[in-house]
Design a protein around this ligand. Structure first.
Ligand code: NAD
Ligand code: WQD
Length: 344
């Protein structure tokens, strides 16, 4: 049994599908502040398996202790948190409260219940403005906004905890840019209000919810002047979590627990695409035209960011398999079947 905090969200729901397909039982712990229980009903439809869920907040230690005890979970995958960079600048306390305090409460509950395996959602944002590409895990860490700083703080807390208690097995997964959806078109990314990220914005233009895309800057030192990112299919990302969990299990089952450590791994493809390359790929996948206008650079944006995925291959035996055409096609399948997301 795996406790999945934030399991009703975008990445969590897709990961639940792969966990259930691999034979794990899951219990989702989510306050539904940025998600809908409908996503979990759809995970049940996709997998034909039961999804247990608890409406609860990660800042509530007692609720987490009860969830861990009742479910007899042996490990936790911790997705729960707030993730909008701009909002984090306006409401930093809310980000430190939800993300940092929420994680501390979770770790306390895990310690109290003797649950010692954790997979944590970190982000490539912890590399700040890259000094060297591709990004390896030993690249210097920094943050440029409260969201990124909350991830960096949590990473440090996890490293300190693991140093203090070597029986704690932690995997820190640094995601690059997750996009796309499950091939069924039943689950996908469903941002509330104006999408902050590129692919959901493009998909809403394609489906007619928005008139045009603003391309934030075309004067970067990149292939066509627009920002380059390492987009990764959410189903590949989901499988990365399964591999991280299996790797922690394998280490845990060895006699010598001294091998337990923080497995810190990039989850990216290693391939960068520009904004205009994404727009063209989406037009091809959807058969729709995506009108766009070039606008000023978005404050805080970087020119390019892509992973060195070598460590994930070596340590987890995982590599991303799906390319940009599959990312766009699956995103379009979800968006065109659910133009208003889960509100349909
Ligand atoms: P999401 O908003 O779709 O999912 C997060 C889930 O956590 C939601 O279901 C939300 O209701 C829940 N939640 C938030 N605060 C909570 C709390 N205090 N207690 C209980 N539940 C809470 O986001 P996502 O894109 O699925 O991201 C999942 C994780 O991955 C986040 O930690 C995010 O920071 C990280 N991440 C996301 C991206 C990305 O681009 N999507 C990139 C890197 C890292
Ligand atoms: C991608 C590219 C934009 C929207 C953010 C967070 C990061 C991580 C992933 C959680 C950039 C351009 C975008 C638009 C555009 N999240 N763009 N028009 O900025 O790489 O990362 O999400 O951890 O922390 O910062 O992703 O999808 O916002 O932008 O031109 O309407 O698309 O300028 O070049 P980003 P993104």
């Amino acid at each position: 049994m795996i406790l999945v905090t934030g399991g009703a969200g975008y990445i969590g729901s897709h990961t639940c599908v792969e966990l259930l397909n691999a034979g794990w039982e899951v219990v989702v712990f989510d306050n539904f502040s940025n998600s809908n229980p409908e996503a979990l009903a759809r995970v049940e439809r996709i997998t034909g398996r039961k999804v247990n869920w608890i409406a609860g907040d990660c800042r509530d230690r007692a609720a987490l202790v009860a969830a861990l005890q009742q479910s007899k979970a042996e490990a936790v995958i911790h997705f729960a948190g707030l993730k909008a960079v701009g909002e984090s600048v306006e409401k930093p306390l809310s980000y430190y409260d939800n993300n940092v305090i929420g994680t501390i409460r979770l770790l306390e509950a895990m310690q109290a219940c003797g649950v010692k395996k954790l997979v944590f959602s970190s982000s490539a944002t912890v590399y700040g403005d890259p000094v060297k590409l591709p990004l390896t895990e030993d690249h210097p860490l920094s943050a440029t906004n409260p969201y990124g700083r909350s991830k960096l703080m949590i990473e440090e807390i996890l490293r300190d905890l693991q140093r203090s208690d070597s029986s704690f097995g932690v995997s820190i997964l640094r995601y690059f840019n997750p996009v796309g959806a499950h091939t069924s078109g039943l689950i996908g990314e469903d941002p509330q209000g104006m999408p902050n990220n590129l692919m959901p914005f493009v998909s809403q233009v394609a489906v007619g919810r928005r008139e045009f895309l603003n391309v934030w800057g075309n004067d970067y030192p990149t292939i066509d002047g627009t920002g380059v990112r390492d987009y990764i299919h959410v189903m590949d990302l989901a499988l990365g979590h399964l591999k991280a969990l299996e790797t922690l299990e394998a280490i845990y089952n060895q006699q010598d627990r001294r091998f337990f450590q923080c497995l810190t791994v990039n989850l990216g493809t290693g391939q960068g695409y520009s904004v205009l390359e994404v727009v063209r790929a989406y037009e091809q996948a959807s058969g729709k035209s995506i009108p766009y206008r070039i606008a000023a650079r978005r404050p805080g944006d970087i020119a390019a960011c892509f992973a060195d995925p070598t460590r994930a291959i070596e340590l987890l035996g995982w590599r991303a398999k799906l390319g940009l055409p599959e990312m766009c096609a699956s995103s379009w399948h979800w968006q065109s079947a659910n133009p208003k997301g889960y509100q349909n």
